[in-house]
Structures are given as C-alpha cells and as structure tokens.
Write a protein that binds this ligand. Structure first.
Ligand code: G3I
Length: 350
C-alpha cells in the first residue's frame, strides 16, 4: 500500500506492545511490507509513559522509535495531552482536589518537554492534544479544561514546540465530521496561528462504521481544515463491520440475545457483510485519494483484525473485522483495490 500511495500520503498503522517488542512476527512482517509510518497505539500515552511524577516508562517507546529508524519508517507521537489514560497525579492533588493552574502548567511543561525532548529530531510530529472538543463544538469538561479553561491547548502546543522546534504539531480528534466540532477546530487553528503558535495539521481519527460517517460531511471537514491552512491526516482509520448499538424492542422478549445481536459474526464475516464493508471502505478511500493534496498521512488503527480495539468496543469480547488484514494476516481484497485506486485516481499533489 505504501508504494502505491507514494507521492500522495504516508500509509501508517498503530503498533501494539507485541509488535513493538517483535513478538508478533506476522504483524511486523506486514508492517514492513505495507506501511511507511507508525504510531504507538498505547505506550506513549501519559499513563503508560509517565505513571508517577518521578517515573517514566521509555522502554516500549524507545523500541518503537528504534524500529522506525531501523526500517526507514516515519514515527509520530500519540499523545501528549488527553483526558483518558491520564494518571490521576497529573491533575489531582493527593487529597483528591484539582491541582492549581500553576501546578498543572508546570506538570504539563515537565511532561511534554521530557517526552518530546527525548525524541527530538526522531519523531516527525505529535498529537499534542487529543479529543478536547465535543460534537456540538463545546470544549470537553476535562480536568485540563476545569483547571485552565481553553488555555491548556495553546500552552500544550507552546511547550511541545519549545521541546522540539522542528517537530510537526497536530490537534487530533474523532467524529471530526460533526459540524459543531469542525467549526470549533477551525476556530482553534486560527487562534493558535494568531498567537504565533505552530500547528501543522489536524488528525481526523476516522473510526468509521457501516452507518457513519455521512461521507459528504466527512469531505466537508477535510475541505474546511485545508481551507484553514493546515494539512489533514487520517490518524486512526478503521471501519467496524458490526452494529454499533442495538436499540428497539425487548430483545430477550423477542427471543434475540442482546450479546448475540452485538456480536453477530463470532467466527467469520459472511460474504455479503464483507461486500458491504468493502464498498464503504472504497468510498472512504476514494475521498482520501481525491484529497491527497490536502492529506499527508492515512494511518490505520492496527495491523490485523485481531489487533483492533473494536473487538472490545462498545462491548468486550466481540469479533470485529475492521482493518485491512485479516486474523491470518492475509490482505483483504480491499488492499488490492486500494492499490488499483491509486492508479485510477489522479494525485493532484501540488
Ligand atoms: O496494558 C494494560 C495491561 O497491563 C493490563 O493487564 C490490561 C488489563 O485490562 O490493560 C492494559 O491496558 C489496556 C491498553 O489498551 C493496552 O492494551 C487498557 O486497559 C485499555 O483501556 C487500552 O485501550 C486502548 C484505548 O485507546 C484506551 O486508551 C486501546 O488499545 C486503543 O486502541 C485506544 O485507542 C484510542 C486512541 O488512543 C484515541 N482515539 C480513540 C482510540 C480508540 O479508543
């Protein structure tokens, strides 16, 4: 895939611990053959990398960066400031009260300068802030927001730039096709730029399903972010092949087991379900290819179907079929189709 997309955008994937440690040899083989960008699925988030104020875990992150360097693969960092997988000490005092603004600023600066500084010149760019805006365009009421208001975002970008002036800096979020979120992110880009702060791109995570997004809205967001003067990255692309919610009549009363309804294909995906999935993937990839002058990277959120977080979301223990390589690490037909589409759709790269 990476060779077919050359001259358009990087093709990336998220690595889990087993791949980072070289234990998943089949997965690593696929990464080397098809991807030219990698990101840590988990090990660089604040909880795993900085569990206590005076302790960092750099073993897995160091291995990831070394793997990228040894294989000529671009590495990006995920993620510096996020309300999830956040250690409590980061934002709460020992007595459970929220930290002061001054204390949180010091902690953010210390975390960001230590982590970004360690990989200075070796990591191409960072998801500086992740998922800070809600679908309606309001700011998420995270502890960062409660303590610092909207200011925590420019501060994070400032600290990241100070730690590695050459690193690209990104704002990353999901459901970026939602109009309210789109408009606030466009405003955020303008505010950061007005303050002379660096922001190179926005990451559209692109966790899709059989009934979302509305592709017209998705395309509008790509265009809106590009018009705001930043590049766009598809940062966590996957397409669940399963129902995302089950509403309606009393399932049990109707003889339908709710768990079964949410996990309809535990053993394999029926051909007609694959066909529907393949068609939606083609639609999504076609939009990305048509906008390859605005898009710099398309990263899938995992290597093979067995690696996907969607096997445990929104309920644990599901069998989803969300990625481009199956559980036997075989390329699905969508891989060949993507390579074909790269030839068919002109790259209007400026
Ligand atoms: O590493 C521990 C392990 O030691 C422990 O035994 C186990 C017990 O459950 O948990 C393991 O940590 C899990 C971690 O994944 C690594 O497997 C966490 O519980 C689990 O919550 C975590 O889930 C990750 C999720 O983010 C939550 O942070 C998913 O793998 C990861 O795919 C997902 O990725 C996020 C992006 O970072 C941001 N955008 C949304 C996306 C999907 O939620």
């Amino acid at each position: 895939m990476k060779d077919a997309a050359k001259g358009r955008f990087l093709i990336g994937t998220a690595l889990n611990e087993a791949q980072i440690r070289g234990l998943d040899t089949a997965g690593v083989r696929v990464v080397r053959e098809h991807f030219n960008a990698i990101v840590a699925e988990n090990c660089m988030k604040s909880q795993p990398i900085h569990p206590q104020r005076d302790r960092y875990n750099f073993d897995a992150p160091d291995r990831l960066v070394a793997f990228g360097e040894q294989n000529g693969i671009t590495v990006t960092g995920h993620t510096l400031i996020w309300h999830s997988q956040l250690p409590r000490w980061f934002v709460y005092n020992d007595d459970g009260t929220l930290r002061s603004a001054e204390e949180l600023k010091a902690i953010m600066k210390e975390h960001i300068s230590t982590v970004v500084g360690r990989y200075k010149g070796r990591i191409k760019g960072w998801d500086v802030v992740n998922e800070a805006i809600m679908e309606d365009g309001s700011y998420r009421r995270s502890p960062f927001y409660e303590i610092l208001g909207e200011e925590f975002i420019p501060l994070a970008f400032q600290y990241a730039h100070e730690a590695d002036p050459d690193a690209e800096l990104y704002y990353n979020d999901y459901n970026m096709w939602a109009e309210g979120k789109r408009n606030t992110v466009v405003r955020l880009i303008g505010e950061l730029r007005e303050r002379g702060l660096r922001i190179d791109a926005v990451g559209m995570q692109s966790h899709m399903g059989m009934n979302h997004p509305d592709f017209a809205e998705y395309e509008k967001s790509i265009e809106a972010f590009a018009a705001a003067g930043v590049k766009v990255m598809v940062t966590e692309f996957d397409m669940s092949a399963l129902p995302t919610s089950y509403v309606g009549a009393d399932l049990a009363g109707g003889g339908i087991d709710p768990a079964r309804a949410m996990n309809p294909y535990p053993d394999s995906l029926p051909a007609e379900a694959y066909e529907a999935w393949h068609k939606r993937m083609e639609q999504a990839l076609e939009i990305m290819l048509r906008h390859s002058d605005d898009i710099t990277r398309v990263t899938f959120w995992g290597v093979s179907d067995s690696d996907s977080w969607l096997n445990n979301f929104p309920v644990r223990g599901r069998t989803d079929y969300a990625l481009t390589f199956d559980r036997g690490h075989r390329a699905k037909p969508i891989v060949a189709r993507f390579i074909e589409m790269c030839r068919e759709i002109p790259a209007d790269k400026k």
